[in-house]
Design a protein around this ligand. Structure first.
Ligand code: SF4
Length: 363
C-alpha cells in the first residue's frame, strides 16, 4: 500500500501547520466541500459566444466576484451545491470560451507569441490545438500532502531550462498521445477511484494546454482537487482564468531578480511574472511553493526568493526547499550547474529559510 512507501503522507494529515496553510484542500480531499471546478460549473453566466473578447473579460471579472461569494456560501454550508441547478452557461463555460479566443492569438504565457494555434501555427512551446499526454499515473514522489497524486504529464514547455529533468517531454523528444476532453476526464475519474488525493496537471508545463484542461473539467465527475503544477511563467490572463478553477497552486519559484532566469531558462522578466502570479495564486487558492536550490545560486536566487515569500505571502505558507538537483540535459553548458549540491549549500539553504522566518517548509 502507498502509505508504506510514504508514511509521511499519513503523518501529514495530522500536521496542524500544513492543515492551516492548505485548509480548503484538505476539506475537498476529505469530501467536506467541493472542488472549485464543480462550483464554477454551477455558477450561471449569461453571455453570447460571439461577443467581443473585451466584453467577455468584463463579464468574467464580474463573475469572478460572484464566484468568490458562492464558494464562501458553499464552504460555510449556507448553500448546498447539489441544490443548485445546472445552468445553461456556467462560469467554467465562459472560461473555456475565453481560452478558445486566446488560442487564436496565443498569450497563455508571458512570451505572448501571438500565433493562431487553431490554424496549426506553433509558438515557442511547440504546442498545437490538441492536448498531448506523455503519462498518467499515481505519483508517489510529490509533497506528502499530495501523495498519491494523480499526475498527468503533458508535452511542451514555455521555458528552456538547460538543466531540465523532464527534457524528453518538455522539448518534444517524445510524441505523446492525444486525448479528447471526455477521455481525459474519464482518466481523472479513474485516478480518484484508485485513491489519488488530487489531480496534478503538469508537463513540461500545463499552461499551453489551459483551453483543453478547462474543456476536460466540464466532464469530470469525481470530487477531486485540482493541483496546478507550473513554472509560474504564465500570463495575467491565464492567472485570471485559473482563479475559480484551481484548488492548489504548486508553483516553482526558480530565480531571483538578477539575470539568472534569462541565462539559464531563457525567461526574460521572470521575477516580475513569477511574483505577480504567486500573489494572484495566494488571493484565489492555496499554495505550495517549490524552490529548487541550484549549485552556486544561494545568494543570488534562494536568499531573495525565500525573503520575498516570507514578506509577501506570510511565514506559514507551505514551501518545499528542494535539494534534488542533478545535472541533466544541457546543464553542462552552464559551468556552475555541472555538479550536484554540496552539504554546506544545503545547510545554507535551510539557514536562509529559517532566517527569513519561514515556519512551514520542508526539504
Ligand atoms: S503558451 Fe506557447 S504559443 Fe502560447 S504564448 Fe506561451 S510559448 Fe507562445
Amino acid at each position: 500500500m502507498w502509505y508504506m512507501i510514504r508514511p509521511d503522507s499519513l503523518a501529514v494529515l495530522k500536521d496542524k501547520k500544513v492543515r492551516r496553510s492548505l485548509n480548503r484542500y484538505f476539506k475537498v480531499m476529505e469530501g467536506e466541500t467541493p472542488p472549485k471546478f464543480k462550483i464554477a460549473r454551477k455558477l450561471p453566466v449569461d453571455y453570447k459566444e460571439d461577443l467581443p473578447t473585451e466584453k467577455l473579460w468584463e463579464i468574467h471579472h464580474t463573475s469572478l466576484e460572484e464566484y468568490v461569494k458562492l464558494e464562501s456560501r458553499i464552504d460555510s454550508k449556507t448553500v448546498r451545491l447539489e441544490d443548485l441547478e445546472t445552468p445553461k452557461k456556467s462560469f467554467l463555460d465562459l472560461k473555456s470560451t475565453i481560452a478558445r479566443r486566446i488560442l487564436e492569438s496565443c498569450h497563455f504565457c508571458s512570451r505572448r507569441c501571438g500565433v493562431n494555434r487553431l490554424k496549426g501555427e506553433r509558438g515557442y512551446c511547440g504546442c498545437g490545438s490538441e492536448i498531448l499526454v506523455s503519462t498518467i499515473f499515481a505519483h508517489m514522489g510529490e509533497e506528502p500532502e499530495l501523495v498519491p497524486s494523480g499526475t498527468i504529464f503533458t508535452l511542451g514547455c514555455t521555458l528552456r531550462c538547460l538543466h531540465c529533468q523532464n527534457w524528453s517531454i518538455s522539448q518534444w523528444y517524445e510524441r505523446g498521445v492525444t486525448y479528447t476532453p471526455k477521455d481525459l476526464a474519464a482518466e481523472i475519474d479513474r485516478l480518484k477511484r484508485e485513491g489519488c488525493r488530487n489531480v496534478n496537471l503538469v508537463g513540461g508545463e500545463p499552461t499551453p494546454w489551459l483551453e483543453q484542461w478547462l474543456q476536460t473539467f466540464k466532464y469530470v465527475n469525481a470530487d477531486i482537487p485540482v493541483v496546478w503544477n507550473s513554472n509560474s511563467y504564465y500570463s495575467k490572463e491565464t492567472a485570471e482564468l485559473l482563479a475559480g478553477f484551481v484548488d492548489v497552486y504548486l508553483l516553482d519559484f526558480k530565480y531571483g531578480s538578477g539575470d539568472c532566469a534569462k541565462r539559464i531558462s531563457d525567461a526574460p522578466n521572470y521575477w516580475d511574472v513569477c511574483t505577480r502570479n504567486h500573489l494572484e495564486a495566494f488571493k484565489y487558492g492555496e499554495l505550495i511553493i517549490r524552490v529548487l536550490v541550484l549549485p552556486g545560486h544561494l545568494e543570488c536566487c534562494v536568499k531573495e526568493i525565500l525573503e520575498w515569500i516570507a514578506d509577501n505571502l506570510g511565514k506559514e505558507v507551505r514551501v518545499n526547499v528542494m535539494f534534488q538537483y542533478r545535472p541533466e540535459w544541457r546543464a553542462h553548458e552552464v559551468p556552475e550547474l555541472r555538479r550536484r549540491l554540496t552539504r554546506s549549500e544545503m545547510d545554507r539553504a535551510v539557514e536562509l529559510a529559517r532566517k527569513a522566518g519561514l515556519t512551514n517548509f520542508i526539504t
